[in-house]
Every structure is written in structure tokens, then in C-alpha cells.
Design a protein around this ligand. Structure first.
Ligand SMILES: [Zn+2]
Length: 128
């Protein structure tokens, strides 16, 4: 992927081929399905983990269909909030917020992990 070029007026110019990493081309939610950009915030009432999901749909993720990444509980034992970040059904690089601008959080570093490497070392120290 080539780096975006800055033009006068802070407009980002990109070749259409460079958009692929930012647009979901083969997932269950396609650009044609998009109604906007939303963040679903959850708090699991079983283990108290708080986590967020970014989505192009306001009704795809619910407390009933999301599984807690910490304790694995599925179902409605969660608090669920939703915020609309972008009301456009069109993906863009203008001033409106897009998921790629929000995730990963600025300052994050990519953690390189082996697929199927098993539980992290700290998990073996967990009490039964
Ligand atoms: Zn949980």
C-alpha cells in the first residue's frame, strides 16, 4: 500500500486500490449494508469486563448476540450502550469519523502473536 499524499486544504488523495485495507470487501457486513459508523460499548455483568465494538450497523451487535471476550459468557448479562460516530452510509476520508481512524487507538503498538499459541503465561497462574 502506498502512503496517502497530502494535498492543499488537507485533502487526502489515495489510489482506489489503496482503499482495500480500510473497506470490508468480504465480510458479512458490506459497504452496501452500511448505515453509518457506531460504537457499541458493553459491560459484562458476569466478570465486569468493559469492551467496545465498532460497526457500520446500529443493530448488528446486541447484549444477546455478543460473547464476552474475558469470561466467554453469551447472552444478555451485559450492559449495552451505543454511540453514533458518523451518520453517513458512504465511506470517506473527509472530516467524518471512520473506524480505521479510531481503531487501533492512537499510540497502540501491534502485538505479534503466534496463531493458536495457547493461553498467555499469566493464565496458568490463575486460581481454579
Ligand atoms: Zn465476562
Amino acid at each position: 500500500m502506498s502512503r496517502p499524499k497530502r494535498a492543499p486544504g488537507d485533502v487526502v488523495m489515495m489510489h482506489v486500490d489503496d482503499l482495500a485495507p480500510f473497506v470490508n470487501l468480504d465480510g458479512p457486513v458490506m459497504l452496501a449494508d452500511r448505515t453509518g459508523v457506531y460504537v457499541h460499548s458493553f459491560k459484562c455483568l458476569a466478570c465486569r469486563l468493559e469492551f467496545q465494538l465498532f460497526s457500520w450497523l446500529d443493530d448488528r451487535h446486541t447484549a444477546s448476540n455478543v460473547t464476552c471476550p474475558e469470561c466467554g459468557k453469551a447472552g444478555g448479562l451485559k450492559l449495552h450502550w451505543i454511540a453514533t460516530l458518523n451518520e453517513s452510509s458512504d465511506f470517506g476520508f473527509g472530516g467524518a469519523r471512520e473506524i480505521f481512524q479510531l481503531n487501533p487507538r492512537p499510540g497502540s503498538i501491534l502485538v505479534e502473536e503466534e496463531p493458536d499459541a495457547g493461553p498467555p503465561a499469566w493464565e496458568s497462574q490463575r486460581l481454579p
